[in-house]
Design a binder for this molecule. Structure first.
Ligand SMILES: Cc1cc2nc3c(=O)[nH]c(=O)nc-3n(C[C@H](O)[C@H](O)[C@H](O)COP(=O)(O)OP(=O)(O)OC[C@H]3O[C@@H](n4cnc5c(N)ncnc54)[C@H](O)[C@@H]3O)c2cc1C
Length: 258
């Protein structure tokens, strides 16, 4: 996403949404350039490799950001009137450039954000829907649920770290939401929970975002066992256990090649 414009935004608010999720609101005039309906798409935090750098004096249009790291986060909400971008971050406890930034961020801090990237939504003209995510995918799954037709039917399965991480989601009443509480991030129970849910009838549209290994298991379930049409599926690994995002991207590329 190197070509996308880089914006300099200010931390307007930071608060704990649930025990393992922090919500940060960013503001800035250039948010007015974000297109209508970009919620559920992603931005990239652009963070310096060399620890704490005050980005306030930087001009993102001319600064050399070639060596800076980029980390993807979902646009949970965009208030175009008040120029406010809302992002939700898993408190993942494993360190990393983004998680360190989130931990230290305070009101008034500046941060560079590239984007927005495209929205990857499920096909909306299906007979039934199946959505699945872990906590990293939850901000995006929340937006996808909000966008489903109000008479949609199907299943959504979300894995969270503790019961307090369950959120009130605004989905159609015909979509059953199953929360899986699993504090053991090393052993996801998302794939087995997805298999255990009833399968919607008719043509099914599927959307899933989660950890790399879980995603591989879901892919084999949806494609090989449920024989879903690939055009009706969006499956993405958002992170990889014991791997930085750079290592995760490399693993994705190697998988795609072979
Ligand atoms: C399109 C897209 C949208 C995303 N949206 C969101 C979002 O809205 N909210 C969100 O929280 N994340 C989201 N992610 C995931 C986020 O980009 C990764 O978690 C990212 O790796 C975090 O970067 P980091 O610098 O903190 O850690 P890294 O340097 O990438 O990794 C450091 C260590 O942390 C571990 N780690 C990374 N992420 C997690 C995690 N979620 N749980 C447990 N351990 C982890 C790694 O395995 C590694 O051991 C999204 C990813 C994509 C591709």
């Amino acid at each position: 996403m190197a070509q996308r414009p880089v914006h300099k935004l200010v931390v307007e608010d930071k608060r704990r949404l649930t025990p393992n999720m922090l919500r940060i609101a960013l503001s800035g005039a250039s948010l007015g350039d974000f297109p209508e309906g970009c919620e559920g798409g992603y931005i990239k935090l652009v963070l310096p490799r060399a620890g704490a750098v005050d980005v306030a004096p930087l001009d993102p249009a001319t600064a050399d950001l070639g060596d800076w790291v980029r980390r993807s986060y979902t646009i949970r909400a965009l208030d175009r009137e008040h120029l406010r971008l809302t992002l939700d971050f898993v408190v993942q406890g494993h360190g990393g450039y983004a998680s360190d930034w989130v931990g230290a961020a305070k009101e008034g801090d500046h941060v560079l954000v590239a984007g927005p990237g495209p929205v990857k939504a499920p096909a909306l003209d299906a007979d039934g829907f199946f959505l699945a995510s872990d906590m990293a995918g939850l901000p995006s799954l929340s937006v996808q649920l909000e966008r489903l037709p109000r008479d949609a039917r199907g299943q959504a399965v979300v894995e969270v770290l503790e019961a307090g991480d369950e959120q009130a989601l605004d989905g159609p009443s015909g979509v059953d939401i199953t929360w899986i509480v699993n504090p053991d991030v090393m052993h996801s129970r998302l794939p087995e929970a997805v298999r255990a849910r009833p399968w919607p009838s008719g043509r099914v549209s599927m959307w899933a975002a989660c950890e790399f290994q879980s995603m591989k298991q879901l892919r084999s379930y949806f494609f090989e066992e449920r024989k879903l049409d690939r055009a009706d599926c969006y499956l993405s690994s958002y992170w990889k256990l014991n791997a930085t995002d750079e290592q995760h991207k490399l693993a994705k590329r190697q998988e795609a090649q072979g």
